[in-house]
Design a protein around this ligand. Structure first.
Ligand code: AHR
Length: 502
């Protein structure tokens, strides 16, 4: 049965920020060392950054890159990773030695090469308000005080001018080093935010949060005057201990209420009349959690190989199928729909582990989720417009990993336009594992006709993936010709599309 969608570009729902397509990179496994920072590799530039990886990052126009963690940050001391003397330290979060050769200045240099905003997450685990605000001094003061003078002595006369800062990472969780209670958190964030904004009132501050009333009420009652953002994280296929990844249908079950956390926090912000002042930064998200078994296990008899070797399982490219592409598109659609309150989202991580780019000594693999970012940042508009249907919304019943039968919407459609040029661009996802779906788009066009082009990510099967010497998932282009008020398309199963009407 054809599903008819009406689109009215005059009904603007919101302006979505390019920062919805942000990314995250952490000192974990091969994201930094032997990842983006690989000075010995002939594929790296004079600064030690992999050119091939940076080219792939540039193609998806990263707007903002969050660093250095993640759990890593909660016992990280930035001062030991600037200047000529770098002392390796034992990273107590991930239980490995960090050489400290990639620190603040290398990170800023990387962001400049990628033309993206830096976004620094500070240590609110073992760190202090003073250490956090010293970091702002080092990055943002011209020359006042000892830290700006250190930066100049390290060769960076011009301030790094880091605008985006986050206080802490998941300090609400027992797994986090320096975990805090809601009361402790409110006080620590307030004192840290005070000092950081005294150094540079121009910075924008976020703080670790989750869709929990007590945590957020305490945080916001203490700190709303100092905060510009509130941070959320989300991983759906939780496999930190057992690498038993959800199959395609189980992943589709995760798309049910995919923006639940956003709606919960929206409610709290609105109840406190803060929804216009504080935006949501969904600054870690991915369908799949990272696999790092036994890292929090402190019982005797657990050896390094028990928790270090299994991390390589994140590198299995066959894990990242059309399920990852479809989920990624549904998440990005949801964030666009909530663009009035979600101002940033950071895919976790961008490189290796569960990232959209996989790197090896001789090159890279663009995983299925990478192509969704390519599709959205390069072909979708930045102004969300209204769409509706008078048909019954097609639903599919899929089995959740917990065995429950979950009814999810089969289609996920987002209509957009640009704020600086005519035309429209529609993202359309068909989640069905086997069935195609015909869609009839009816558009208010003021008598205009359009040149229509469809950019699609389909995969041969729902389990298609890319690997070294295997290319099953990419963007295919189809020129559809001229259309006016109507456009009828068939969406293949397990597929993501952006249809441009210019
Ligand atoms: O699995 C990686 C971790 O996931 C990140 O370091 C942390 O922020 C989140 O819990």
């Amino acid at each position: 049965m054809t599903y008819t969608v009406y689109i009215n570009p005059k009904r603007i729902l919101g302006q979505s920020s390019p920062m919805l397509y942000g990314h995250f990179i952490e000192h974990f496994h091969r994201q930094i060392y032997d990842g983006i920072y690989d000075p010995q590799n002939p594929l790296s530039d004079a600064d030690g950054f992999r050119e091939d990886i940076m080219d792939a990052m540039r193609k998806i126009r990263i707007p903002i890159l969050r660093w250095p963690g993640g759990c890593f940050v909660s016992s990280y001391h930035w001062k030991k990773a600037v200047g000529p003397e770098r002392t390796p330290f034992f990273d107590k979060a991930w239980r490995v030695e960090d050489p400290n050769t990639f620190g603040t200045d290398e990170y800023i240099r990387l962001c400049r090469k990628l033309s993206c905003e830096p976004y620094i997450c500070t240590n609110a685990g073992t760190g202090t308000p003073e250490e956090m605000s010293d970091w702002v001094e080092y990055c943002n003061l011209d020359h006042e005080g000892s830290y700006a003078k250190q930066r100049i002595a390290n060769g960076y006369k011009t301030p790094h001018k880091v605008k985006y800062w986050s206080i802490g990472n998941e300090n609400y969780g027992s797994w986090e080093i320096g975990a805090k209670s809601a009361d402790e958190w409110g006080r620590l964030v307030k004192e840290s935010a005070k000092m950081m904004k005294h150094v540079d009132p121009e910075i924008e501050l976020s703080a670790a949060a989750l869709p929990d009333i007590d945590w957020n009420i305490n945080l916001l009652k203490n700190c709303s005057a100092y905060l510009d953002w509130i941070s959320l994280h989300g991983y759906w296929d939780m496999v930190p201990e057992q690498n038993h990844l959800a199959d395609y249908e189980q992943c589709m079950a995760f798309t049910h209420q995919i923006d639940r956390a956003v709606q919960d926090v929206r409610g709290i912000l609105t109840a406190l009349h803060l929804e216009k002042k504080i935006k949501i930064a969904f600054d870690e998200w991915n369908l799949r959690s990272w696999h790092h078994p036994k890292v929090h296990t402190i019982q005797q008899g657990i050896h390094k190989k028990d928790y270090l070797d299994p991390r390589d399982k994140n590198d299995d490219n066959s894990s990242y199928t059309m399920a990852d592409a479809v989920f990624t598109a549904c998440f990005l659609n949801a964030m666009n729909r909530n663009c009035d309150i979600v101002g940033m989202a950071n895919f976790a991580p961008i490189l290796n582990t569960r990232g959209c780019i996989y790197s090896h000594k001789n090159g890279i693999v663009l995983r299925s989720s990478y192509h969704v970012f390519d599709l959205y940042v390069n072909y979708l508009g930045n102004t969300v417009i209204d769409l509706w249907s008078e048909n019954k919304t097609p639903e599919i019943t899929v089995k959740h990993k917990n065995g429950e039968a979950i009814p999810v919407r089969q289609l996920d459609i987002l209509a957009t336009k640009w704020d600086n040029k005519p035309g429209m661009s529609i993202a359309a996802v068909n989640k069905h594992r086997t069935d195609s779906q015909t869609i009839n788009f009816c558009m208010e066009t003021d008598g205009r006709s359009f040149h229509a082009v469809r950019y699609s990510i389909c995969g041969k099967t729902e389990n298609s993936y890319n690997d070294i010497d295997r290319q099953e998932v990419s963007i295919e282009t189809a020129v559809l010709g001229t259309c006016d008020r109507q456009l009828t398309l068939e969406l293949p199963p397990h597929s993501v599309h952006v249809i441009q009407l210019l």
